[in-house]
Design a protein around this ligand. Structure first.
Ligand SMILES: NC(=[NH2+])NCCC[C@H](N)C(=O)O
Length: 411
């Protein structure tokens, strides 16, 4: 049986990808909610959708099958039947803060009156208090902040499908994410893997599920080849989660090396893929801001230890040498975002100039606004497909963040 998931590199010809078309969730909030929702501005929805459709068309024009998260989630619920729908809704309500009580009951009745697609869309865009006509009476309800508009917060980061799950080999990680604003997102991925006919009972290996306290996000998980991964030690991914997934990958998969790369823990560089992406057999984008004196950065090369379940860690700081060794390459081209100019690099990194999506070796999709980095990529021999980016970039994610590869050809 061929696996519905197959990703053995960052650069193999992309065949199938998972996207989420931005919906009302990306404008269903006020400026004071922005920091908590991990947004820096409120995008203009019609233009964001136009830009996203352009992105999806660019992928389709290159022969890539585009799947949509919101559609797969509803189809998974259709396939799962009443009990699966009910369990999903209960879990979603519990994780939204309502395991029991009159608000739970009112929300359940409201969402339960919808068909699966409408219910999924509604949960994604958030439920405001004024949508439901009822007077709360119990203790849970009395504890609500009265002037807060929402019962269930919108999930504006859903269009960054890269993060709640990550396909690795013939399996995936379904992630326990760092901030409350994103933690419910991976419930959609879980329901899809468990119940969508395309994935359920097809031998998909879950390397690590969402039932953990330690944190990992897909923007930090890079599959360099069929035995080497790079994982960011970042604002979003903790060292213990990396060691946990490394053990599982070494035990049941074809992977034998995980390179943990420590990056600054801040909002602009929240994931490894905001500062470092693989774009060809021997080419990477790198934001110069992550490299210290002499181009050094903390890395740990993790390999299986002597006894089963043990890990061996080697600390090194020369990124280029570490990558050359792990990938068995004589040389490497690390292309600096913004050409290395500190102002341009800072500005273009902020708008995801390092966040390239490779759709084949040496062929990348990037935001058109990062024109200095894009020209430089072309000078280094890459084929660059630019997509429009005024509104989408306000969520702090680029083409790699907005895509979750499901199937790639082997390199
Ligand atoms: N893979 C990525 N770099 N994703 C970017 C996610 C951006 C999103 N606003 C967040 O903070 O979570």
């Amino acid at each position: 049986m061929t696996s519905p998931i197959h990703v053995t590199s960052e650069i193999g010809k992309l065949k199938t990808v998972l996207l989420k078309r931005p919906g009302r969730e990306i404008e269903n909030f006020t400026p004071d909610m922005m920091p908590r929702l991990l947004f820096d501005d409120i995008p203009y929805l019609p233009i964001a959708q136009k830009e996203h459709d352009y992105f999806a068309d660019t992928l389709r024009d290159n022969g890539i099958e585009v799947l949509y998260l919101e559609k797969l989630a509803a189809e998974a619920l259709d396939a799962g039947g009443d009990k699966v729908r009910d369990d999903f809704l209960e879990q979603m309500l519990t994780e939204s803060g309502y395991a029991t009580g009159t608000i739970h009951d009112a929300l359940k009745e409201y969402l339960d009156s919808m068909n699966n697609q409408d219910m999924v869309n509604k949960i994604m865009e958030g439920v405001r208090k004024n949508e439901i006509d009822f007077v709360p009476t119990d203790l849970v309800s009395a504890a609500e902040t009265e002037d807060y508009e929402f019962y269930m917060d919108p999930m504006p980061n859903l269009y960054f499908t890269r993060d709640p799950s990550a396909c690795i080999g013939e399996g995936l990680s379904i992630n326990h994410m760092t901030f409350a604003a994103r933690q419910r997102e991976s419930l959609f991925n879980e329901i899809i893997i468990d119940h969508h006919p395309r994935f359920a009972n097809k031998g998909v290996h879950v390397w690590r599920d969402r039932n953990h306290d330690t944190r990992i996000e897909g923007g930090d998980e890079l599959v360099l080849n069929d035995h080497v991964m790079a994982i960011g030690v970042s604002q979003r991914t903790s060292a213990d989660a990396i060691q946990d997934i490394a053990k599982n990958l070494f035990k049941d998969g074809h992977f034998d090396t995980v390179i943990a790369i420590k990056i600054p823990h801040n909002h602009a560089m929240m994931h490894l893929d905001t500062v470092f992406t693989m774009i060809n057999y021997d080419q990477f984008t790198v934001h110069p801001g992550i490299l210290g004196e002499g181009g050094h950065i903390d890395t740990w090369t993790i390999t299986p230890g002597k006894n089963e379940g043990e890990l061996h860690l080697e600390h090194r700081t020369d990124l280029k040498a570490v990558l050359k060794d792990a990938l068995k390459l004589d040389d490497l081209d690390l292309i600096p975002t913004g050409g290395g100019d500190p102002i341009i690099a800072g500005r273009e990194q902020w708008n995801d100039g390092s966040n390239t999506l490779a759709i084949a070796p040496g062929v990348v999709v990037t935001y058109n606004r990062n024109y200095v980095s894009n020209d430089l990529l072309r000078k280094h021999g890459l084929k660059v497909l630019e997509v429009i980016s005024s509104e989408l970039s306000r969520g702090r994610g680029g083409p790699r963040c907005m895509s979750c590869p499901i199937v790639r050809e082997d390199i």
